[in-house]
Design a protein around this ligand. Structure first.
Ligand code: PEP
Ligand code: MN
Length: 267
């Protein structure tokens, strides 16, 4: 069902504030984690001013260490929802378990399935039973076929509002980048499937100065949207401090990325 053979034309996902896919170019941005009420309200206004139409922020966080900040939970979801509504933005936030789908669904417009859960088939089926859009991150070491099969788990439950997020994969050299952004996979996923393709260059880069060039490469390869981490004091961030952009850096990135998108055949 996710194949272009089944559906030749691009899927366009409609939310309260967006049309995602096709010729549209959608900017999703915000902090890695919702850290407190004030920061998410500030950042919602800043990313909106820069051109974002979706705010991101984790409230339930998949941290590598159990001793790291795990997110604010439902309180974080509430702050995120309020900040979004105040600025006419959609919300995207991660859901990590089947039990959380219902609660998170009360606050978010788009479910994010994190890289670590790409093959959590019970979770994929659970979001597949909802009617909310799902942004499916590519797994840390997933092949393109495994990624598309994960999407198939969602669509086969009846939910065809899937977008695919390339966020970099594990390879042998992570000396200078956190992951390897698979630019080719963006073009391939676009060829094989009809879903919107989003590039998350923040988690691919791992370092703020590399986020923009890697985003541009993804857009040039055909991505129809960006997912970017933005924080007003990146060095003090409670998660992913090294890769978050300041609002000023993000504003520049958006302006350039829009110009690149306008040159692609998406436009
Ligand atoms: C995130 O978006 O904050 C995140 C944890 O991403 P990923 O699942 O791609 O590592
Ligand atoms: Mn992050």
């Amino acid at each position: 069902l996710s194949s272009r053979k089944f559906q030749p034309e691009d899927t366009i996902i409609e939310t309260a504030h967006n049309k995602i896919g096709g010729d549209n170019f959608t900017i999703m941005a915000g902090p890695c984690s919702v850290e407190n009420e004030e920061m998410i309200h500030r950042l919602a206004a800043e990313v909106k001013a820069a051109g974002a139409t979706v705010i991101r922020g984790g409230a339930f966080k998949p941290r590598t260490s159990p001793y790291d900040f795990q997110g604010l939970g439902v309180e974080g979801l509430r702050y995120l929802r309020e900040a979004a509504d105040e600025n006419d933005l959609d919300v995207i936030t991660e859901v990590m378990s089947v039990e959380e789908v219902e609660t998170i669904g009360e606050y978010t417009d788009i479910f994010q399935i994190g890289a670590r859960n790409m093959q959590n088939f019970d979770l994929l089926k659970a979001v597949g039973k909802t009617n909310k859009p799902v942004a499916l991150k590519r797994g840390l070491a997933a092949t393109i076929d495994e990624w598309l099969n994960a999407a198939e788990y969602i669509i086969s439950e009846g939910n065809s509002k899937v977008m695919l997020v390339e966020r970099g994969i594990r390879s042998f050299d992570s000396t200078y980048t956190r992951n390897i952004l698979d630019v080719g996979a963006i073009a391939v996923a676009k060829k094989l499937s009809h879903f919107p393709i989003i590039v998350d260059s923040s988690h691919a880069a791992g370092h703020a100065d590399l986020v923009a060039p890697m985003a541009y490469a993804g857009v040039a390869a055909g991505a129809q949207g960006l997912l970017i981490e933005v924080h007003d004091h990146p060095s003090q961030a409670l998660s992913d401090a090294a890769q978050q952009l300041t609002p000023a850096q993000f504003t520049k990135l958006v302006a350039q990325a829009k110009q690149i998108h306008a040159l692609t055949e998406n436009h």
